[in-house]
Design a protein around this ligand. Structure first.
Ligand SMILES: *[C@@H]1O[C@H](CO)[C@@H](O)[C@H](O)[C@H]1NC(C)=O
Ligand SMILES: *[C@@H]1O[C@H](CO)[C@@H](O)[C@H](O)[C@H]1NC(C)=O
Length: 469
């Protein structure tokens, strides 16, 4: 991927030396820090620090992707934004420069998005000459701008990557029409991968996965989570979240280390994520209750749960109810997975676990989720899987607009949580450990680490669990 990025991102940079901030500029900066009310039209207004940090990170990523100045963010003190010809964002921050020295800097990002070279960045760091840089607003623009030979080269590059992809994932297309179509989707997905990488706020890397020749619609169908209608009661009780006995929650916890999580399974090309999410939850609860780790049957749910739609999707809440009505779950070995709906052949004498009901965890409260997980076991969740299609590892924290909290399309299982420290970046990333059902070759041996604390990709929108009988 690196090579592809390098081949298509053109960076435009002019580094010029300027004097340190003038008295007038200092005055201007101090005015920035005044309240909202005395700001005239066209004046600068305080700007959300988190958003400013995001914008700055994106800008730094774009610069370092080429040969731009290398800075890392340590801390953002304050930010303001001003409507100029375009917008001018001023960020007061501690940065680490290319020589690993930390400095207090005022960064100004002047954006004129309607212009081709629409971003001008100035770094004015304490005791340092100012540095001026510029980057183009988009890769597409850069692609258009670079001449034919370059285009030709990157086209070959895509062809080559596509060829490697076909071999690695054993793709055979029916005819040349399908081949062309898949190549087109693949090329589009390379752009999406780049966009995810450019805007990543955690430590995740996105690259070519076995889903790289699928459209997002095909991929979503394959995941197979239905949307829960907001106004309809789910029939689940509100989860009682017991307060944690000590003042502070453990920094990390992992049910895999307590022998409560089975091996990573693979749903295949069937939209049955919901069934895997549910069996994972029940496997955990059962192991914690009995001390015995067993795999339970998803196929029984595909065949016998008539509320859900087998390979065409379903909801975890429906499945808990169905298990209660059917009379329990058989073992995986007795009722093996076929990735296809068949006749129901549930045998009551082989029912090894029964369900009394289910609970819905409070929405948008990840602390409550942590407490519940510690006290009870793994949690079924729905999330937006946009960033999962191309996930290759790390703590995934995609930029909000690339992963809407409302578009939940995948059912998975939270089995633990932790915190990753990146001392070089002065950054700590809290995360959830998420068990997926796409086989052990996907992600981090079948697992996904997703940022914890700001409802990334909707992780806390649809958190549920069965209650065992
Ligand atoms: C149900 O399972 C039991 C135990 O394996 C077996 O003896 C019985 O024949 C099965 N019933 C049916 C209808 O298959
Ligand atoms: C989140 O849940 C915890 C534990 O149940 C509770 O103490 C806290 O008040 C909740 N926070 C919010 C914002 O609802």
């Amino acid at each position: 991927m690196k090579m592809y990025v390098a081949a298509t991102v053109a960076l435009f940079l002019l580094a010029t030396i300027q004097t340190t901030p003038t008295a007038a500029e200092e005055q201007e900066l101090s005015r920035d820090r005044r309240g909202l009310n005395d700001v005239p039209l066209g004046g600068s207004k305080p700007f959300d620090e988190k958003q400013a940090e995001e914008q700055l990170q994106q800008t730094l990523d774009k610069l370092t992707a080429g040969e731009g100045p290398h800075y890392k963010i340590v801390k953002v003190y304050s930010a303001s934004r001003q409507l100029v010809s375009g917008t001018l964002t001023r960020i007061d921050a501690d940065l680490i420069d290319g020589n690993e020295e930390q400095r207090r800097c005022i960064v100004e990002i002047w954006a004129q998005p309607w212009l081709a070279q629409g971003h001008e960045i100035t770094f004015k760091c304490h005791n340092q000459p100012a540095v001026h840089a510029r980057h183009s607003r988009s890769v597409e623009w850069a692609e258009k701008k670079t001449h034919k030979k370059h285009n030709h080269h990157s086209l070959n590059k895509v062809d080559h990557l596509f060829h490697v992809f076909q071999i690695k994932y054993k793709r055979r297309y029916a005819n040349s029409v399908e081949h062309q179509m898949r190549l087109r989707i693949f090329r589009q997905n390379l752009r999406t991968i780049q966009e995810l990488n450019d805007n990543e706020q955690g430590s995740a890397k996105y690259g070519i996965t076995e889903f790289a020749d699928m459209t997002s619609t095909e991929y979503t169908q394959r995941a197979g989570l239905w949307q829960r209608s907001e106004d309809k009661p789910t029939g689940g009780a509100a989860a009682v979240v017991p307060p944690y006995p000590s003042a502070e929650l453990p920094k990390e916890f992992d049910w895999r280390q307590k022998n409560a999580v089975t091996q990573v399974k693979n749903q295949g090309s069937c939209g049955s994520c919901w069934a895997f999410s549910v069996t994972g939850n029940i496997e955990g609860l059962y192991a914690i209750k009995t001390g015995e780790l067993q795999e339970f049957s998803e196929q029984e749910l595909l065949d016998c749960d008539s509320t859900d739609s087998a390979c065409n999707g379903g909801l975890m809440d429906n499945a808990y109810k169905a298990i209660k009505d059917i009379g329990g779950l058989e073992y995986e070995s007795e009722y093996p997975y076929l990735a296809k709906k068949k006749q129901c052949h549930f045998n009551k004498t082989l029912s090894h676990v029964q369900v009394a009901g289910f609970v819905d965890l409070p929405k948008g409260n990840e602390t409550a989720m942590q407490e519940w997980l510690l006290a009870n076991g793994p949690i079924s969740i729905g999330l937006n899987a946009n960033a999962m299609q191309f996930y290759r590892g790390g703590v995934s924290h995609p930029w909000g607009p690339l992963c809407s909290k409302k578009n939940l399309d995948h059912g998975v299982l939270i089995v633990g949580y932790g915190v990753s420290d990146y001392p070089n970046f002065h950054k700590t990333l809290p995360y959830w450990i998420v068990k997926n059902s796409w086989g052990p070759r996907w992600g981090e041996q079948g697992y996904y680490r997703v940022y914890r604390g700001d409802n990334t990709c909707g992780v806390s929108e649809m958190a549920t669990s069965a209650v065992l009988a």
